[in-house]
Design a protein around this ligand. Sequence first.
Ligand code: FPP
Length: 267
Amino acid sequence: MNALLSKHFKPCPDPELQTLKMRLDPARIPAHVAIIMDGNGRWAHAKGRDRLLGHWEGYRTLQKIVAASDALGVQNLTVFGFSTENWRRPETEVGGLMHLMQAAMSAEIEALVRSHVRILVTGRLDELPESLRETFENAMRRTAGFGGLTFNLAINYGGRAEIADAARELAKAVQRGEIDPADITESHLSARMYAPDLPDPDLLIRTAGEMRISNFLLWGVAYSEMYVTPTLWPDFTPTHLVEALEEYARRTRKFGAVAAPEHTLGH
Ligand code: FPP
């Protein structure tokens, strides 16, 4: 039995997750799921509460979805935590989000270490408050060698910024005489994205119904399957995640070609 299958059939401690897992074909679980966690503000507004309460509920959802992704056999999970455009929000909301991210990472780090989750935080981290940047860097250092789920938090992340940063690095390599511009291929840029060892996302989930990419993972989502649900992020549960994975398993991926056995789902 290969490692993927043995992981699939290993019972997980949570009986609810175990039941959900049995709905999935292990050969059709996406290796990389990316999520635009949208709708925290609307969730709070509908309850007459402050937007920040919506973000704290969003954090609770994220805890469950990280654990569920790991248990279900998703190898890589990327979530959009804070975009390069989110600085335009009111100062109180931006400050509240920075505080939430710091509190969340400090509260979760030991459990993530115990679960052998590898943490990545990708984006322009040098523009974050120093203590938050240090918290993220410490989490990455402590989990760097782990082989469980890779949990990639996109923070102060922008898809165009990532491509511009990769282009700058490539230009420096050209300037140093390491690469001839005539030889540049897509793989030279891929290798300079923020998390080059992650495969491109197979499945991009967006909650709260908007039909937009919103500057998320622009390079990597070229052939990702999209799944948009009206469910607001704080209401999104592991059952909703499994529904998205089931829908993904029904899709035929063509990567611009015609459907052929090598282009069907699987690894
Ligand atoms: C989008 O909802 C959500 C965000 C900009 C922040 C996401 C943050 C969390 C899920 C909290 C946990 C995060 C970490 C990294 C611990 P929105 O505010 O745009 O919602 P709206 O469109 O309904 O206003």
